[in-house]
Structure formats: C-alpha cells, structure tokens
Design a protein around this ligand. Structure first.
Ligand code: NI
Length: 265
C-alpha cells in the first residue's frame, strides 16, 4: 500500500469519528487556503501484535525514519516522531501498561489477544479501528479512571487520533491564535487545558487543538454510548538555530493536547 493511499484511508476513517475535521478542512479550502497536513498522531497499547514496534514497521518499510523519543511520565506513555521526505510527520505513541492496575492490564491484554495476527502484518491495521469485541461499558469506566488514553484506544481502536493543519502553509493566517479564533467562529470549541495555545517560538513549535467530537460507539451487549472521538490540531513550526524548520514535537505541549479526548463532566 502506497503512502498516499494510506493517508487517504486514515483521513476517511478519521472524519467518520471527527466530522468537525471535515467541516474545518472545507472551511479553510473555501477561504482559498492551502491545507497541508503537519502530522498525524496514532495511539496504541504496548502489547503485541499492536505495540508501537509492531505498528512502526509499516512506516519504516515505507521510508519513514524515527526522529526522537518522547516520554510522558504521568500518563505512562512513550512515543516517537517519524519523518519522511515526501509525506507528513507521524507521532506514534503507546500506553505503558506495566504501570497500571492488574484490572486495567487484564482488559487491555484481552483486547490485544483478540487481534488477528494477519491483520497486524497488513499496513491497513493503522486505520483498522477496533480489532477486538466491544468492551463492556463498566470496563471502559475502569480504564477511564486510570487512563483516558486507554479508554480511547479500547473503544475506538487503531486509527488517526488527529490530523494537524500546518499553520506555516496557510496563506492568509500567520498566527496560531488567528487560526484558533477562526475555528472557534465556525462553532468548534478549543481545548483550553494548559492554555489555548501550547508552546511557542522558544520551543520552536506552537500548537492548539479542538475538543474531540463525541461519537457513539458500541459496547458489549449492543449498548451504544457517546464517548470522545477525535480532534483537529493546528501547528506552527519555527526555524532552529541553523535556520532549519523544527521537525520534532514538544512533550509539555503534547501532554496537554492528549487531554483533547478526555471525558468532561
Ligand atoms: Ni499532534
């Protein structure tokens, strides 16, 4: 599967659970904008056959290379940034389940054990969605208490968690703040956790995101519930000391952006 087709399918599956992203994308195009994808973020669990290492091979085989590792101590995640000369950056993270309760680990292990091995060998796993039977609503609550990230992956499976509009590539906007104001004027709420705008010129990356669209998903026993789905992100990159546009990610900012899919009550 070629990268262009892979990103096309990632986008299609993404806008199914984030209709706001389709609408925001269209609104920028309607203003004559050039919408370039800065990066796509993927989430997974640290267990075969869907661990970070299992998934990244589909990227590495298609010309991506690992850039930098990232660690999120409190959320118990690790991640890598991946770059490619002709395709968007990828931010792939995984939940480090060893630091959680036996109950969480048992629920996650049951999900991972149900993934067919042939599915893991196919690059389409990156947008395959949930590859295990629907979890019980009670189990979802158990996961959510310990990790919103775990609950999100268990309910929604493998898919793009967000796409990101490159603010650098926009023709009529310069500042992330202007982009955020425009998105909000369209009626889409912004994630305010840690401030509307995360990072800035000092860390060479400035980011903001919407709040995830709620999405109805099935739970065990055919009971559908509304849970946080996917969100859209906006990123502006600054040149480093060598004049090269920064290619990495910023842990402190990403830490708060993860919270775009937290359940709010
Ligand atoms: Ni991101």
């Amino acid at each position: 599967m070629q990268l262009e087709a892979l990103f096309g399918r990632l986008w299609e599956e993404y806008i199914c659970v984030a209709p706001q992203a389709g609408a925001i994308h269209q609104a920028f195009l309607a203003r004559g904008e050039l919408v370039v994808n800065d990066h796509v973020a993927l989430r997974t669990f640290d267990q075969a056959p869907i661990s970070l290492v299992c998934l990244e091979r589909h990227l590495l085989e298609r010309g991506y290379r690992r850039l930098e590792p990232y660690r999120f101590q409190q959320k118990k995640l690790r991640a890598f940034g991946y770059v490619h000369p002709h395709a968007p950056r990828v931010f792939l993270s995984e939940l480090l389940t060893g630091g959680f309760s036996p109950r969480l680990r048992a629920i996650v292990s049951a999900c991972c054990a149900a993934v067919p091995l042939d599915a893991a060998a196919d690059p389409r796993i990156l947008f395959a969605g949930r590859l295990w039977p629907p979890v019980a609503w009670e189990d979802y609550q158990v996961l959510r208490q310990e990790s919103d990230y775990a609950a999100w992956v268990a309910a929604l499976g493998l898919r793009a968690n967000h796409f990101t509009i490159s603010v650098n590539a926009l023709q009529h906007f310069t500042e992330v703040a202007e982009v955020v104001d425009f998105v909000e004027s369209l009626g889409f709420p912004i994630n305010e956790e840690g401030g509307r705008i995360k990072g800035g010129p000092a860390v060479l990356l400035e980011q903001a995101s919407t709040l995830a669209d709620p999405v109805e998903v099935p739970f065990a026993g055919n009971a559908c519930q509304s849970v946080p789905g996917c969100y859209y992100e906006f990123a502006r990159r600054y040149p480093d000391a060598d004049g090269q546009l920064y290619q990495g990610f910023v842990t402190a900012s990403a830490d708060r952006i993860f919270e775009s899919t937290d359940t709010r009550s």
